[in-house]
Design a protein around this ligand. Sequence first.
Ligand SMILES: Nc1ccn([C@@H]2O[C@H](COP(=O)(O)OP(=O)(O)OP(=O)(O)O)[C@@H](O)[C@H]2O)c(=O)n1
Ligand SMILES: C[C@](O)(CO)[C@H](O)COP(=O)(O)O
Length: 390
Amino acid sequence: MTVPAADPPVPTAAALIVAAGRGIRAGGEIPKQYRMLEGDAVLTRTLRAFAGHPAIGQIVVVRHAEDADLFAAARPDTRQPLVDVIGGDSRDASVRAGLAAVDDAMDYVLIHDAARPLVSPDVIDGVLDALACHNGAAPALPVTDALWRGASMVSGTQDRTGLWRAQTPQGFRLGPIRAAHAAHQGGAADDVEVARAFGLEVAITPGSEDNLKITAPDDFARAARLVKGQQMDIRTGNGFDVHRFGPGDHVMLCGLAIPHTRGLQGHSDADVGLHTVTDAIYGALAAGDIGTHFPPSDPQWKGVASHVFLTHAVEMAGERGFAITHADLTLICEQPRIGPHAGAMRAELARILRIGADRVSVKATTSERLGFTGREEGIAALATVTLVAP
Ligand SMILES: Nc1ccn([C@@H]2O[C@H](COP(=O)(O)OP(=O)(O)OP(=O)(O)O)[C@@H](O)[C@H]2O)c(=O)n1
Ligand SMILES: C[C@](O)(CO)[C@H](O)COP(=O)(O)O
């Protein structure tokens, strides 16, 4: 009997979150890591960022002795064991306290500031990937602004080549960083400094502008803007509709009467363009389709102008907090020719959608005389719309 080879064990990392500082520079009545950021404490967001990562097997939070109640209120439920320990008077003393509480079974430890709540999975992944071949790895961003020396007056400039803005999480193999901190006298700016003083090599991994450290009072407003940006609800909806030709001397397309040798048949005015955009908006809202809101069996919609349907969809989007940011409509027919009317159709569609014409596209194509549109039995239409709730 062949026994299948077992998968190699997945390396496991502890997240060590230092949260014992007083946040003096940020001000406020309580330390910054416990202040609310768009409905959640900063520390809650930081802990969730690590708790949600599949490689994290343990979470150690280093807190101040006086913050027991604040910590209890901010602590989220996590699938991993979460322990809290009391920190020291400096960041590196707090890290040492945390390292002592990391489970020996962990391969790596990711040391992270509680004050960086917007760390992304990509930043964490970058550090973990680099740890497969290095003792240490940490995210950073290259310095892009010019650097000066001076106080109120510029006294000199500093070459920025090879300079980086350090971020966290700073990740290490557990044994080497414990040894490095045990050998360090204290006073380091970060754990990379401690690691390098011990002779460990540290790889630079991609940082992110969003991974800001809340330090000064204004940083709360910036972090709130970023959280709102991450929460933005962007939706795309598509629509498709077909109407067959029948007797008549014009077709209604995008609210305009276009002269033609035949008309379009339908319960309403059969404006296939407006119907398709209407369905795309309902689709983005997950609100059914045009037939849900205006059943063809209902006589009150007989012969009605189709801008009534589209206006309903536009208003429904607004009531649900969405702005329509774009609509793209393609009409598929051999005749009538759409090109001469596309500009006017676009303007009328934009008017009904209540957005600028630069956000609306009306295009047309033939189907190369193939299929029902090619045989001039009717007109088909496709539409895509984008809705954004800030
Ligand atoms: N004795 C300390 C000092 C800092 N930290 C933590 O280290 C991180 C980065 O430090 P910093 O932003 O400087 O925080 P504070 O020391 O709280 O800020 P301040 O210097 O303004 O008081 C923070 O999450 C902070 O809680 C810590 O655990 N123990
Ligand atoms: C570790 C650190 O976040 C790296 O940028 C930073 O050094 C800690 O914060 P501080 O403001 O320098 O104390």
